[in-house]
Design a protein around this ligand. Sequence first.
Ligand code: PMP
Length: 303
Amino acid sequence: MTTTAEKIWTVRKNPFDPNPELRIWMDGVLVPANEAKISVFDHGLLYGDGIFEGIRVYGGRIWKEAEHIQRFFESAKAVRLDVPMTPEGVSQAMNEALEANGVIDGYIRLLCTRGVGLLGISVTKAACPSVIVIADSISLYPQERYETGLRCITSSYVRNHPNSLSPRIKSLNYLNNVMAKLEAYDAGADEAIMLNYEGRVAEATGDNVFIVRNGQLCTPPTSEGILDGITRGVVMELAGQRGYIVEEKQLLRHDIYTADECFLSGTAAEIIAVVMLDKRPIGDGQPGKITRQLQQDFSEARS
Ligand code: PMP
């Protein structure tokens, strides 16, 4: 006999069900999205035991592919996960997923989980890591925010201590960031700036942070406990080409409050202005001139 709870459960329709046309690369096989499932015994699900990358595709080309593949293998090494593929194999898998889905401009989610194992944390209880490639699209912030800029709060959730789960690892355990993002939404803001364990500016929930002051750019060094963002590196390069000094420097919230401009950088977000922090306008409360120049330079660099 079916219980009422079971009936309710079966009629629920998830508005975010994947497009059934989408094909997912899973351990060497292209599987329709609604059949692309991982086991309830996968340690990626049970313990967040795995790593990932988010990668952009522009004009059919994988943007900063070598850098992303390198970081992928570094994250794996940091959590002692043996990716059962070579870097060349990962590149081929991503291209197969792009081709199968006709993705020209889009986003790749590449992940490796510890795989199916027995219950219990011991890594010896999961012997076969799984590799998955999703080639789809992403929109991190609403399009209009690229014109108006983001309103941020400072999160009360401290970014993971670098000697605990290092933020330099892109692990499948993003709850630290998820909690901060929820806090931002609860406060009616778009995004959260997270502080490190010493109270200095670390990063946003999925992006790095830059400020501009007197025509000079500053961003926290990776030793502050942040992801070494690939877009962050591109921004530093583009700013250098324009002749701006870029300094990796410890930042306090005070530095953002009193900056001329502030912006975030990330693969999914690209470059986006922050115009308000904790309801205080940054600069004149509009996306700044240097931020807009860099957005322009970035869109030229990727095309
Ligand atoms: N910080 C965090 C926590 C991230 O998850 C990301 C990537 N989404 C970034 C920064 C930006 O890194 P990248 O430019 O390599 O995407």
